[in-house]
Design a protein around this ligand. Structure first.
Ligand code: HEC
Length: 141
């Protein structure tokens, strides 16, 4: 009885291991599919960026002034940094020259903006341009 359970568990382990392995191999053997996945990743990251920059814009324009929204503003800037960082990792330099070229500037701008707001006294002036920094890659809006 228990021998059978162990046996089943082993099979399950191997199956999941194989699936991982197969995915790993596919990365290298089927470049088109790999690129397709990447593109999906870019898009979902972009949707994240779009969401946070919209929120950020609203907070910056809030009637109470940005100071009242400082914590939230920082949260959104951090989220944008993290999203952009994800894009920087995967190995796609050659497929996306645009991102390759412009992502560092974008990340730098977001980081500077966050640091300026975290400082005492906070400076919100850099956070505005960040929501327009999409232009690095997106041309004129
Ligand atoms: C480093 C380059 C880069 C920056 C910076 C950038 N984008 Fe993008 N974005 C891209 C690329 C490349 C695509 C096209 C992805 C594809 O469809 O292959 C894209 C696509 C998009 C899309 C379409 C996503 C979809 O569902 O198809 C949206 C929305 C978007 N970006 C919003 C933004 C916003 C908002 C910002 C700024 C906060 C931003 N992007 C900054 C490179 C960038």
């Amino acid at each position: 009885m228990s021998y059978r359970l162990v046996f089943l568990a082993l099979i399950a382990l191997e199956l999941s291991g194989c699936a991982d392995f197969a995915r790993w191999v596919r990365q290298y053997t089927y470049p088109p599919e790999f690129r397709y996945i990447e593109r999906d990743e870019v898009r979902s990251t972009m949707r994240e960026l779009a969401f946070h920059s919209r929120e950020l814009n609203q907070l910056l324009q809030s009637n109470d002034g940005p100071q009242a929204k400082r914590t939230e503003i920082i949260v959104h800037l951090r989220a944008m940094e993290q999203a952009a960082e994800k894009l920087d990792q995967s190995g796609w330099p050659t497929n996306h020259p645009l991102i390759d070229m412009n992502l560092p500037s974008f990340r730098r701008d977001v980081k500077f903006a966050r640091e300026a707001i975290e400082r005492e006294p906070p400076n919100f002036l850099l956070a505005g341009p960040v929501t327009g920094a999409c232009v690095y890659c997106h041309g004129g809006r």
